[in-house]
Design a protein around this ligand. Structure first.
Ligand SMILES: [Zn+2]
Length: 383
């Protein structure tokens, strides 16, 4: 049994190494052979990774983001409402925002609050005691140029690209880097908000896609303003935006006499290719539903969005950047198969700490193997 367990563990580890964002860690920091060889934690790591009392004392229920995107300057300017419930007596709390982004002011009950910063941590002095059970909102106004991704999605940040028609094509991926690289929040994986609203203002003529449902779109003063809402709990690294010259189409997914429309946002010159290539999504979702239970987010649908980087499991708005290629010798596209599995494993069932992030990658990788068995047989599964 011991050997079987070791074998399974090795299998799980090898699957982690071969998938998604975890590759980045291994490429950068080789896993040491002895415990003493692990890099020492710095105060910066601890402030970000540890669930200190200044973070565990409150539970975020809702984030409302309102962000203007300046494409020319590659910068953001906006504010975020953080709605939270006090779980203990609090007079100071910690949120997080990358040091290169400037906080203009923090407002609580019509007063501007004092705050001080240490690395990514922002300590906010509330100026009064809040008691358990009280629900409040603080608003953080901020601006700046977010980190540019060096190797998205493995090394996260913003991606400012142009498509083949020279139109702006923008995205952000931050699973390991943390959402605080582009907006202020409690950046700890243990605290998923119950819902998120994201309003984005872009230059005219571009379209913005985000998580959940598009609830509003207006054109005003040469700008396009989009509001997207998700009413499902969501890992904050899954909150995202895509800006581009997108074309939208749908494919029907029939289940028990109900027709769900799957949504796809692609660049204009790939529309025809995408309409054929994305047909496989129907079979993939059908298989995962039979293996793991209902797709977790039917109220807000399933979206694939063509992204200026390879892929990422952004909840209800998966990033797709695999150039419409199936895996060599197979009938499926690896990125679609892997990232769609994350809607069950990682997005619906989520780790409470980054130390357990293998749960996301391990089960997504196992899901791929099950699908291969389903389509290509047991030998292919073993291979
Ligand atoms: Zn993954």
């Amino acid at each position: 049994m011991k050997y079987l367990f070791k074998g399974l563990l090795l299998l799980m580890l090898s699957s982690i190494v071969s998938s998604c964002a975890v590759i980045g860690i291994n490429a950068k920091r080789k896993t040491p052979h002895k415990p003493g060889e692990y890099p020492a934690f710095t105060l910066k790591d601890t402030l970000w990774g540890k669930l200190t009392p200044l973070r565990s004392a409150y539970d975020v229920s809702f984030y409302k983001l309102n962000i203007g995107v300046d494409v020319e300057n590659r910068s953001l300017n906006g504010f975020v409402d953080i709605v939270f419930l006090a779980e203990e007596i609090i007079d100071t709390l910690q949120i997080d925002l990358y040091e290169n982004l400037k906080i203009n002011k923090i407002i609580f009950q019509d007063r501007e609050l004092q705050f001080f910063r240490k690395y990514k941590a922002v300590f906010i002095v509330l100026g009064r005691k809040i008691h358990p059970g009280e629900k409040h909102t603080i608003t953080v106004h901020y601006e700046g140029q977010p980190v540019i991704a060096t190797k998205p999605p493995w090394e996260g940040g913003f991606v400012w690209k142009k498509d083949k028609d020279k139109k702006p094509w923008i995205g952000v991926a931050c699973e390991l880097a943390g959402a605080s690289l582009w907006w202020p929040l409690k950046d700890h994986i243990s605290d998923e908000p119950d819902s998120v609203q994201l309003t984005v203002s872009t230059p005219q003529g571009l379209f913005c896609v985000s998580n959940g449902i598009l609830s509003d779109h207006i054109s005003e003063d040469n700008r396009e303003i989009f509001t997207w809402k998700t009413r499902y709990p969501i890992n904050t690294y899954n909150v995202t935006l895509y800006i581009g010259n997108y074309r939208h189409f749908q494919l029907p997914y029939l289940k028990d006499d109900t027709v769900y429309q799957l949504d796809f946002y692609v660049l204009p010159y790939n529309l025809e290719k995408a309409q054929t290539h994305f047909q496989q999504v129907i079979d993939i979702i059908r298989f995962y539903e039979s293996a793991f239970g209902e797709y977790p987010w039917w109220d807000e649908g399933y979206k694939l969005v063509e992204s200026p980087y390879e892929g990422m499991e952004h909840q209800t708005a998966i990033a797709y950047g695999n150039r419409y290629k199936n895996r060599f010798g197979s009938s499926f596209d690896y990125i679609i198969l892997h990232e769609t599995a994350h809607e069950w494993w990682g997005n619906s069932v989520s780790a409470g700490d980054y130390a357990e992030i293998w749960l996301h990658e391990g089960f997504a990788t196992y899901s791929e193997a099950l699908y291969v068995e389903h389509t290509e047989g047991h030998k292919a599964y073993l291979d």
